[in-house]
Design a protein around this ligand. Structure first.
Ligand code: DX5
Ligand code: ZN
Length: 218
């Protein structure tokens, strides 16, 4: 399995001082930044837009992992990639042309990902596994930080891991929502290599140590 990566989620940062928060998290040695984009339709909350990503881009070397929680992600992938997204993950639940959108993300120079909610079966993303770089299993209902981890998702990440091996594919498997040291350990045992953490990272007494604990998991 790939080494573990922690992607701290900007949602849990102080939104009035994002540049400083990101500079501080980069100091911990984190490589990725998870950026949650919400539209008030697919999820009942609103967050950032392409301008936020564009303004942060020159201030950071972090890998921008952009999670689109939108009803119409196909209309926004260009805007986020032009703004500096290096990975763009779209959800499987809304009605739109998913495969062409994933292919367009790659053509525009970013890594494509597909996400699914806790109530969605992992079979829903199975048709797309050969065109993605990352599969995102939501471990909470998306929309808000600080919710608790749904352990029913573990069987789904284990299945994804099995498909990945059987088919010789090498997409990453990511979890998002309620991730802390304990739930990360459970996920790692179920095939996960990429961990989004908002609350647990930003509220950690020692963020460096939290990062090291997650990334040292084998
Ligand atoms: C939730 C977002 C998450 C969120 C996770 O809809 O997709 O990325 O930041 O927050 P925590 O880690 O607090 O559950
Ligand atoms: Zn997210």
């Amino acid at each position: 399995m790939e080494p573990s990566i922690l992607a701290p989620s900007m949602l849990a940062a102080d939104h009035t001082r994002l540049a400083d928060e990101i500079a501080a998290l980069e100091q911990t040695g984190a490589q990725w930044l998870h950026i949650d984009i919400m539209d008030g339709h697919f999820v009942p909350n609103l967050t950032f837009g392409p301008q936020t990503v564009a303004d942060l881009r020159p201030k950071s070397k972090l890998f921008f992992d952009v999670h689109l929680m939108l009803d119409n992600p196909q209309d926004y992938v260009e805007a986020f990639i032009s703004a500096g997204a290096e990975q763009v993950t779209i959800h499987v639940e809304p009605e739109y042309d998913i495969a062409p959108t994933l292919d367009r993300i790659r053509k525009l120079g970013a890594k494509p990902g597909i996400a699914f909610n806790p109530k969605t079966e992992c079979q829903a993303i199975e048709p797309y596994l050969d065109r993605i770089d990352i599969a995102l299993a939501m471990t909470v209902q998306p929309g808000f930080g600080g919710q608790s981890f749904d352990e029913n998702v573990l069987a789904k990440t284990a299945r994804l891991d099995q498909w990945r091996t059987e088919r010789g594919l090498n997409f990453r498997i990511q979890v998002d929502g309620g991730i802390n040291r304990e739930t990360a350990r459970q996920c790692r045992n179920a095939g996960v290599d990429t961990f989004v953490a908002g609350t647990a990272f930003f509220k950690a007494e020692d963020r460096n140590e939290f990062l090291r604990a997650i990334e040292a998991m084998s």
